[in-house]
Design a protein around this ligand. Structure first.
Ligand SMILES: [Mg+2]
Length: 409
């Protein structure tokens, strides 16, 4: 099987409601898809959201990178994952999101050709269900508290509050109100997306970390020293996200005590293969990991993350029996509030047993209310990643209207 054609496609996906995070309000997600055609007639699909602030890539640069790499991938076997990865990395430095779009499509093709799931291509299905996170990102206290209660009723095992978009005292108040409303029923984290200076981060850590299971990226990704300082001020573990773009970044955060866990995202690392390897590195270092997609990706990219999660259930990862799309709590050893966090690798290793909170009947929900998987679940149509067994399949977004698809010229 050989690649004969690659078409990049830009799609703007309006969200059902705006997503507020530090310094930005997102109402439309700009995503790039790739359609890769082979000489056997099989077609593979890949996708990634653009995240200029996280990866430095725009949809235009992603399309340019895909076009630049196209002649070097044409004629190659999609299933030669390592060689294809080497070729892309040798030909073009960086551009991790563009490479992710391509690599997801290559895995899709390989899975379809071999009649294997991507989880099987990655070593095998280790679990069929995994907890997923609900984002609390309206920035409004009453709305977020209501969303949190609703999410708990729906069975969400983990929730993440987006903070950093308002004065820090308001974030402290909102976070504590959500924590009080949930009363320890789910894993609760906050994510600042690099939005604070050190003083603000210290204030928040002192004022709100008691109700959190972990605090994500309070400072700029480059301020690893500052992250280590905040870790000393926080009563909950610290996670890194924007600060992790390479395996060296992961090792540096670990060595400096700057993070006890972090988010693994394909768009930061350059695709499925590298993200899969990263989960192994986190495990070796005793760090916990969130497997995350970028907000507002559709079921193409979400399926890739779910298959990765399915392939990495209990293989080390700080000894925890499960590692979620974005964290979950697995408790038998109590912390100060009678709860525990999987981000605390040492304690997790000691204590995660049969009492861990599972997603239960919460099937593979997508990463946001806009996501087509969630929408289909509500309609009783497709409800689980398990129903996409042969490979990653392109699912037409249903709950997110494509306002404009910019086809290649
Ligand atoms: Mg984050």
């Amino acid at each position: 099987m050989k690649i004969i054609r690659i078409d990049p496609i830009i799609a703007d996906l309006p969200l059902l409601r705006p997503f507020k995070m530090s310094g930005v309000e997102i109402s439309v997600s700009e995503n790039v898809f790739a359609r890769i055609e082979t000489d056997t007639g099989l077609v593979g699909w890949g996708e990634a959201s653009s995240s200029p602030a996280m990866t430095g890539e725009t949809v235009e640069s992603m399309v340019a990178a895909i076009r630049y790499l196209t002649p070097f991938l044409t004629g190659r076997d999609p299933a030669d994952f390592m060689d294809n990865k080497k070729e892309m990395d040798w030909r073009l430095y960086g551009n991790a999101s563009a490479k992710t779009v391509l690599e997801i499509a290559l895995y899709d093709l390989a899975g379809k050709a071999r009649k294997m799931s991507v989880a099987e291509l990655l070593g095998g299905v280790q679990r069929a269900r995994m907890p997923v996170v609900k984002m609390l990102a309206t920035g409004d206290l009453a709305t977020d508290v209501g969303d949190a209660r609703e999410g708990a009723d729906e069975g969400y095992a983990a929730m993440k509050i987006k903070v950093g978009g308002k004065p820090v005292d308001q974030d402290i108040e909102r976070t504590n109100a959500i924590g009080d409303a949930l009363a320890g029923a789910v894993q609760l984290s906050s994510d600042t997306n690099q939005g604070w200076n050190r003083d603000e981060a210290v204030s928040f850590a002192r004022g709100a970390s008691a109700v959190l299971d972990f605090l994500e990226q309070p400072l700029h990704g480059h301020d690893v020293e500052g992250m280590a300082m905040i870790a000393g001020e926080s009563s909950c573990p610290i996670a890194a996200d924007e600060g992790l773009h390479s395996f060296d970044d992961v090792r540096r955060h670990h060595a400096m005590g700057a993070a006890q866990g972090g988010s693994v995202k394909m768009i930061k690392l350059g695709g499925v293969t590298r993200a899969h390897e990263a989960t192994k590195l986190f495990a070796e270092l005793g760090m916990n990991v969130n497997l995350a997609g970028k907000t507002a990706e559709t079921s193409v990219s979400s399926a890739a993350v779910l298959h990765l999660a399915a392939s990495r259930a209990d293989t080390g990862l700080g000894g925890q029996p499960d590692h979620p799309l974005s964290g979950h709590r697995c408790g038998s050893q109590s912390d100060r509030r009678g709860r525990r966090s999987c981000l605390d690798a040492g304690r997790a290793r000691a204590g995660c047993g049969g009492r861990r909170r599972q997603a239960g009947n919460l099937r593979a929900r997508a990463l946001g209310a806009h996501d087509p998987i969630a929408g289909q679940s509500e309609k009783g149509e497709r409800t689980s990643w398990q129903e996409y067994p042969s490979s990653i399949r392109k699912m037409p977004p249903r709950n997110c209207r494509i306002s404009s698809a910019r086809l290649p010229a």
